[in-house]
Design a binder for this molecule. Structure first.
Ligand code: NAD
Ligand code: ZN
Length: 343
């Protein structure tokens, strides 16, 4: 079968021919219907040999996966051949305290996420380790909804956990209106009565942010701080969500957050907000979000079924997958690039 693999440190992903896998006991074989390209894949492929701590290469990419159940291993019950599913990505052991709560991304034994720590779904077929990692899609279109598994789930956890501070009349700032950020904007509009202010780099990104619901947009640089403070009556934003995570955006987050507000860092990079009595406004809390729980993925699917959120997708075949990553790398994707193997 065809698979998109990251094969050597520092290289770009390659389309290769590998053996179609067979499900062992308790495993499920999916025929992949869609797989999303996430900026985290760029982070994985950007790591130096020293810093690379993911699955030993080669790694089949793809941690946002939808598929149809093609075959099941011994002992798998309650899964129908032909069922349309999406895959909960942050696979844990299933037995530790965090996994028992459904927070498998915080598994005490570490995550075994496909496309990151094991082979993923940017291929014609993929093995899922356990039936609990499948969420039924029902009538939802797999291509439009595959990215609920990360571009939906991760901002959902970020926004949901900040809801106590996002009471009516408050202000939320979203930095980075890409795959995750454009869903965060929609989630904020669906779940709160807060004003949503978005920062991104260029006019195309800001236009896109407005299209998906932003109330105000600004070019992402320190000049945005003054006008945003004015918009909030001098107080600052109640919650700042940073979907970039580099030091310049962390600095913006610290400059924009209001007293007793929150900074929620989602972007994976080395930016940091120094929480302390004299470094940020008083009573500010900070949080670094890691993906989401199984139950939260089910909640996100329900939001999609009710039309409260819609992921904007650009579709590519497996043969075009390398182009999708080039475009993601060059910031040319609006919303999410989705690979459709059968295309
Ligand atoms: P993306 O490439 O689709 O979107 C990134 C957006 O940020 C783009 O619109 C880009 O123009 C914008 N941007 C870049 N630099 C900026 C800056 N200095 N100021 C403002 N905007 C800027 O990426 P994505 O797939 O949405 O991922 C976003 C981040 O979230 C990545 O760092 C990714 O690794 C991370 N991520 C984290 C988790 C988690 O669990 N914490 C899960 C998935 C992705
Ligand atoms: Zn991701």
């Amino acid at each position: 079968m065809k698979a998109l693999q990251y094969r050597t440190i520092g290289s770009r992903p390659e389309l290769v021919e590998i053996e179609k896998p067979t499900p062992k006991a308790s495993e499920i074989l999916l025929r992949v219907t869609a797989a999303g390209a996430c900026h985290s894949d760029e982070f994985i492929m950007g790591a130096s040999a020293e810093d690379y701590y993911f699955k030993p290469l080669p790694l089949t990419l793809g941690h946002e996966v939808a598929g149809v159940v093609e075959a099941i291993g011994d002992g798998v019950t309650d899964v129908e051949i032909g069922e349309s599913v999406i895959v909960y990505g942050p696979w844990g052991c299933g037995r530790c305290y965090h996994c028992a709560k459904g927070d498998e991304m915080n598994c005490e034994k570490g995550m075994r996420a496909p496309g990151i720590f094991s082979d993923g779904g940017m291929a014609e077929y993929m093995i899922v380790d356990d039936a609990r990692h499948l969420v039924p899609l029902g009538d939802l279109d797999p291509v439009d909804n595959v990215s609920l598994t990360d571009a939906g789930l991760t901002p959902y956890r970020a926004v949901k956990s900040a809801l106590p501070k996002l009471t009516p009349g408050t202000t939320a700032v979203v930095i980075g209106a890409g795959g995750l950020g454009h869903v965060a904007i929609q989630l904020l509009k669906a779940l709160t009565q807060s004003t949503v202010i978005v920062l991104d780099l260029g006019p195309e990104q800001l236009e896109f942010a407005t299209k998906v619901g932003a109330d105000h947009t600004f070019a992402s640089n320190p000049d945005a701080v003054e006008p945003i403070r004015e918009l909030t009556g001098g107080l600052g934003a109640d919650v700042v969500f940073d979907f970039v995570g580099i030091q310049p955006t962390a600095d913006l987050s610290a400059a924009l957050v209001a007293r007793a507000g929150s900074v929620v860092i989602v972007g994976v990079a080395s930016g940091a907000v120094p929480i302390g009595q004299t470094t940020v406004p008083l009573d500010v809390t900070g949080r670094a979000i890691n993906w989401g729980s199984r139950a939260e993925l089910m909640e996100v699917v329900e939001l999609a079924k009710r039309g409260a959120i819609r992921i904007h997708t650009e579709r590519f075949s497996l043969d075009e997958a390398t182009t999708a990553y080039e475009k993601l790398h060059n910031r040319e994707i609006r919303g999410r690039a989705v690979i459709v193997p059968g295309r």
